[in-house]
Ligand binder design. Structure first.
Ligand SMILES: C[S@@+](CC[C@H](N)C(=O)[O-])C[C@H]1O[C@@H](n2cnc3c(N)ncnc32)[C@H](O)[C@@H]1O
Length: 351
């Protein structure tokens, strides 16, 4: 096993993380923050495991995670869903993984989070753009699991600014009343605590385009990792679930985004990755830029805000979209040709 790169707080290992974990004694890790290869139906070039064999593949990792975590530690898994090949339905693999980790390996589901990527493109085009029978899939599930029901955690580390309506309410005061839901909202609701507790929907656009990581990869002729998460995602969980000096571990290190976040937050860390090229790129993240902070906000439209009333409804396709609308296919191909300068328009619309 090779310690490939070392920083003030952590190390990147070029290894199989199953081998690396065997070198750790029981209960040394405070937080496992990771994004495993997703169980995509078609294999991608970074070694995705096919959905049906996913659980079997994951088992040895699950056993090690359980062993190396401290009793008050957490396991946070960012995992994307997958479409079943050739039909507009979803694989259950990521839910099955969460259930397996809880039922068979004794983890507790501390909370489920959803990472919404507002910049996600509408795919698969076949179901979303052509047949118009599904909406775009723009969230990843993030399973926060723990070894006991009481992992160390504090939402005070991840507070967000009050919304405009809450600020208004604080300014004008709030009259205590019973909500239609039966919740008794007391006067305390209008107390200014300085910030708001966030929901379990995390909005981060994954739009890295000119980061120093990408620029340096390009200069070095290295292919950037194709499935990176944004640094704000591990940063959020590391802040909430670990203290300075704690040990944060990413067994599927990729381009070492977890390491970047942990280094910034002065946690000890280790990222382990199989592919040397991804590690080489990952080293470009160091030394970290500790002051970097963006605070964009995103808004969601009210559901079906453009709905025009029953009179204007078009009938739904009676076959559930089974027959391909030829006109839409033609238009889509033209669009692809124009946008991508792709002479044939042969994009796989099912991806
Ligand atoms: C979804 S990617 C992680 C991306 C990473 N979070 C980032 O933002 O760059 C999963 C990674 O796990 C790596 N991987 C798969 N099996 C592994 C193993 N047994 N040990 C170490 N790394 C592994 C793959 O090579 C891939 O780079």
């Amino acid at each position: 096993m090779k310690e490939y790169y070392k920083t003030e707080f952590g190390s990147i290992y070029h290894a199989d993380s199953l081998d690396y974990m065997k070198t750790l004694t029981d209960g040394v890790v405070n937080l496992i923050m990771t994004s495993p290869p997703f169980g995509l139906v078609r294999k991608k070039d970074y070694g995705n495991v096919e959905a049906h064999s996913y659980l079997e593949w994951f088992r040895p990792f699950a056993g090690q995670f359980q062993r190396i975590l401290k009793d008050d530690g957490s396991l946070v898994i960012d995992i994307g869903g997958a479409w079943i090949a050739g039909q507009p339905t979803r694989s259950l693999y990521h839910y099955e993984l969460m259930v397996m980790l809880c039922r068979e390996y004794g983890f507790h589901l501390a909370q489920e989070f959803f990472w919404w990527n507002p910049s996600k493109l509408p795919t698969p085009a076949e179901w979303v753009n052509i047949r118009r029978i599904r909406v775009k899939d723009a969230v990843n599930c993030v399973w926060w699991l723990s070894k006991t029901p009481w992992p160390k955690a504090s939402n005070r580390r991840i507070l967000i600014p009050y919304s405009d309506s809450m600020r208004e309410l604080l300014k004008n005061g709030y009259k205590a009343k019973l909500r239609p839901s039966g919740h008794d909202i007391s006067e305390k609701f209008a107390r200014d605590n300085g910030a708001s507790i966030p929901p379990n929907l995390i909005a981060i656009a994954n739009t890295e385009s000119n980061s120093s990581y990408l620029v340096k990869c390009k200069d070095a002729g290295i292919k950037p990792h194709p499935a990176r998460f944004p640094v704000d995602l591990p940063e959020y969980f590391i802040r909430m679930l670990s203290d300075k000096g704690d040990f944060v571990f990413d067994p599927f290190g990729g381009s070492c985004v977890t390491g970047e976040a942990a280094e910034k937050l002065h946690r000890q860390w280790a990222c382990v990755e199989l592919e040397e090229e991804y590690i080489k790129g990952g080293t470009f993240r160091f030394p970290v830029n500790p002051t970097h902070r963006k605070t964009p906000t995103y808004s969601l439209s009210h559901p079906a805000a453009l709905w025009n009333g029953v009179e204007n409804e078009e009938p739904l396709p009676i076959d559930g979209g089974k027959k391909r609308p030829q006109e839409e296919v033609k238009n889509k191909k033209e669009e692809i040709k124009k946008e991508q300068g792709n002479a044939s328009g042969q994009l796989n619309l099912y991806d």
